[in-house]
Ligand binder design. Sequence first.
Ligand SMILES: [Zn+2]
Length: 402
Amino acid sequence: MTATHADSDLVAMGPFDHEPRTRLVFGPDTVDRVGELARTLSARRVLLVTDRGIVSAGHAERARRSLETAGLSVVLFDQVIENPTTRCVENCREVAQAGGIDTLVGLGGGSSLDTAKGCNFLLTNGGRMQDYWGVGKASKAMLPLIAIPTTAGTGSECQSFALITEEATHQKMACGDPKAAARIAILDPTLTVSQPPRVTACTGIDAIAHAVETAVTRKRSPLSQLYSQAAFKLCVAGLPRVLTNPQDLEARSRMLLGAAWAGTAIENSMLGAAHSAANPLTAHYGIVHGEAVGLMLPWVVRFNAEAPAVRQTFAELACAAGLAQRDDRPDAAVQVLVATLDSLLSLAGMPRALCERGVDRSALPQLAREAAAQWTAGFNPRPITAPDFERLYHAAFSKGPV
Ligand SMILES: [Zn+2]
C-alpha cells in the first residue's frame, strides 16, 4: 500500500511549556488605544521607540497623541536603524535613562521592537547587549513593553527575543528572556498600509519563511504547529493580495495576524536552516533579511523534505493551507508547496539567484561554515553540516529550477 501523509499522526507530540505572556489587541485603529492600554500597565513616562520613516508616515504622532490624551508624558527615540546594532541600542538607553521613563512602546518594524527590547535589558539589568546573548540572562525585573508592529514580518511582537547586531563583527545576537516579551501587542492593520511595496514584499516573504521553517523544526510541538499552520494559511492567501492591492485592509489584516502567529510559532519552536543560511548573506553582502531568506527557502525545503518524516510534515502544512489534499502523496504535496513558494517569491519580485546580489562563488565555503555555526542550524529537522550548506548555496547561486 502506498503511504500517504494521512496514514500517520503528523503532529509532533513533543512536550511544551507555553505561558502566553503577551496580550493581543487586534483590529483597525487599535493604535489609538495605546494610551488607555499603557495606563493599565501603570505607565507615567513612556519611551516611544521608532524610526524616522514611521515619524514621517505620521504613525508616531498618532501614538503620541493617544498617550498624551491618557495623561502620560512621552520621550521620543526615533533613531532606530535597520538591523539595529549594539550602538543603536546604547543610544536608545541613554535617551531612556535621561528621560526617567517607566514604560516602553516599540512602534515600527522588527528593528524598532528589537531596539526597544534591547534598551529594556540594558536599562533594567545594566551591562552591554553582549551580556544577554542567549536565553534567560536578565536577573532583574524589566519594564513593561507595548509592541506595535507597522510591518507584517518578524513577529517580534510575540517573542521574548531581541535580534541585535554586534557593531564591530556584524554578528547577529539573539538575546532572549521571558521578561523581555511585550506585555501587550497592538496589531493594527491600518499602520501597515503605508509600507513601501518593497517592504511589504520582503517582510511578507519573511513571515511565510517563519511559518514554513517553524512547522518542521526539531523543537516543534502540538502548540507551535497550530500557529505555524494558521500563519501559513493566512499569509499564503494574504500576500498576493497585498502585493497587487496595497490598500486591501482585509488582506493586510491577514498578513499582520499571520506574521504574529508565525512569531508565536518561533517563540515555541525556533527556526531552521533557511535562516542559518540567510544570516551570513546579510552580514557580508547587506542582502535584506527577507530577500536572503527567500533566496534559500525553496532549497532548504527540498533538502529537508528528503527525510520522510519531514516530507510528511510539509505535506500536512500544504494541506492546512488548502494547497494539497489529505490523500495526496507526500512528495506530490511537497512539490506543490515548493511551487507555491516559488511563485510567491517571483510575485514579490525577490532575487532568485545569489549571483544577482553580488555574491562571489569563491566565498561560498566560508559562508557555509558561518551558516553551520548559526544557532538556528541546530533546530533544523535534518542534521545539516557546512558541506550541506555549501551545496545549498551552489544550488541557489544561479537562476534555475528548484
Ligand atoms: Zn526571518
